[in-house]
Design a protein around this ligand. Structure first.
Ligand code: BG6
Length: 474
């Protein structure tokens, strides 16, 4: 399904997110023929960094050439570049208003209007006020970037500010992990098959890991990261949203309301996070990074144990971990299965091998894979067991060009007014509420070496008696 004609206004058009994800993603959508027949993209930036239309096209060209999946050349690029224009918005709202009207007139009729706020949260209020004052908010859709607030009070305040101008049906709070192909596939894996769901509960699963280590460091984003840190940048947003998909009950349908109702019920069942179940780390050398305060207490690593207090999951720990400058760049969910009650095999495997064989692993990196890990008998006269796996790999089964990246999928959904994969105010506020004990009483930072798995022995102690799958798998 293709959306109706649209004017897309990208606030923060010269920023890091636009460069890495949004401009390349929009071009990929155009290249794949998924944008509407008629579309215009208005880059909106602050007056001090304002660009001419031509300079914005060059900026977009560089962004696509550096970070995009398809080359910015040929007729597809020409027509994409023609759709781009730029307006400053912070000193004179008239400029933006004129640019949007001009784009709408060029398309004719009544095109949809989509605003994407890829700007620091501190700037949300004034931009939203401006969209209300100019009348641009009417009949529009608004994509708001994460992190949505910094705690419960600020998330509530932000929701109130947005609701003064936009109705909930117009608001698309984006978390691009929910747009990832292999996160969406968890719904198919669980609810389209008879094989997995029967074991997907406390009777059969001993623990769950959602592990997103990154080898990346700050990448020039110290200004953003210093005010955010690993917990707000990754855990409270991406990892807990993925947890919502892993842990939810089957929705009655995949329509936006039942899907989001079931996901939000998981957040309603989250136990308040105990600071004693959290490891906060900062990589050694962080203070030497450009833009980092010499006494910065920002964490670049968080690992924690969460509990979902409901019928399906009571007593099953969920371990979440993410951080910068770690040993591997991975995005992996592991469901550890309980061991069979009787160990009848004469040769006892070391415990790591036993647990290696008994789990479901979902790699939701791009392109991802899913493995059902089990123990098999090694050929030979004795009953010797070895860990093996049945693995499905996206790259072997599907053509990657047809897939969309998280942002691409979600921008397309927003144009189609489909809120299914966007987060809701009540769910987000509930996550902040469960985070309050940690935010009020954060445990001390522990140092870790760049290239390691985080602060030891704290992270091994946190997950004991289990092991982190990624460290175990090598
Ligand atoms: C962003 C975070 O939301 O997600 C980054 O701000 C992180 O710090 C990124 O690196 C990871 O997303 P992806 O899709 O590139 O793995």
């Amino acid at each position: 399904k293709r959306p109706d004609n649209h004017v897309i206004v990208l606030f923060g058009a010269t920023g890091d997110l636009a460069k890495r994800k949004l401009l390349p993603g929009l071009f990929h959508l155009a290249w794949a023929g998924l944008l509407p027949d008629g579309y215009r993209i208005v880059g909106a930036g602050r007056a001090h960094s304002a660009l001419t239309d031509e300079a914005f096209r060059e900026h977009a060209h560089d962004a696509v050439a550096t970070f995009g999946r398809c080359k910015p050349s040929g007729p597809a690029w020409e027509s994409f570049a023609d759709s781009l224009s730029f307006a400053a918005y912070d000193q004179d709202a008239g400029q933006l208003l004129a640019a949007v009207r001009e784009a709408e007139d060029s398309l004719g009729g009544q095109p949809g209007r989509l605003f994407h706020l890829a700007i620091p949260p501190a700037a949300f209020g004034s931009v939203i006020g401006m969209l209300g004052d100019t009348g641009l908010a009417e009949e529009s859709k608004l994509i708001v970037e994460k992190p949505f607030g910094t705690d419960l009070a600020s998330a509530r305040a932000l929701n109130e500010t947005i609701h003064t101008v936009f109705d909930e049906s117009q608001i698309f709070r984006i978390d691009h992990f929910l747009g990832k192909e292999s996160v969406d596939n968890i719904l198919a894996l669980r609810f389209a098959n008879g094989m997995f769901e029967p074991v997907w509960n406390r009777d059969h699963i001993s623990h769950v890991q959602i592990d997103v280590p990154e080898t990346l460091g700050l990448e020039g984003r110290a200004h953003f990261y210093e005010g955010t840190g690993a917990f707000r940048d990754m855990i409270v947003t991406h990892l807990i949203q993925v947890l919502g998909i892993v842990a939810m009950e089957p929705p009655v349908s995949l329509a936006a309301q039942p899907l989001r109702d079931e996901k939000d019920k998981v957040f309603a069942a989250l136990r308040p996070i105990e600071p004693g179940h959290v490891v906060r780390g900062q990589y050694n050398g962080y203070h030497d990074e450009l833009g980092v305060a010499p006494d910065s207490q920002t964490e670049t690593f968080t690992a924690l144990r969460l509990e979902v207090d409901n019928w399906r999951w009571a007593g099953v720990p969920f371990y979440l971990r993410s951080g910068k400058n770690l040993a591997q760049h991975r995005q992996v969910i592991t469901l550890g299965l309980r061991e069979p009650p009787l160990r009848m095999f004469p040769i006892d495997l070391p415990r790591e091998d036993r647990s290696r064989g008994n789990k479901i692993v979902i790699d939701f990196g791009d392109p991802g894979w899913i493995a059902a890990c089990f123990l098999a008998k090694e050929p030979g006269p004795t009953m010797r067991l070895a860990p093996e796996a049945m693995t499905f790999r996206y790259a072997d089964s599907f053509c990657r060009e047809h897939g969309l990246e998280g942002y691409e999928r979600l921008i397309l959904d927003a144009m189609l007014s489909d809120q299914s994969l966007f987060t809701r105010a009540d769910g987000i506020e509930r996550i902040w509420e469960a985070s309050t004990p940690l935010l009020e009483n954060p445990p001390p930072l522990q140092g870790y070496d760049p290239g390691s798995w985080g602060p030891e022995p704290a992270i091994s102690d946190l997950i004991a008696p289990h092991q982190w799958y990624l460290e175990d798998a090598g």
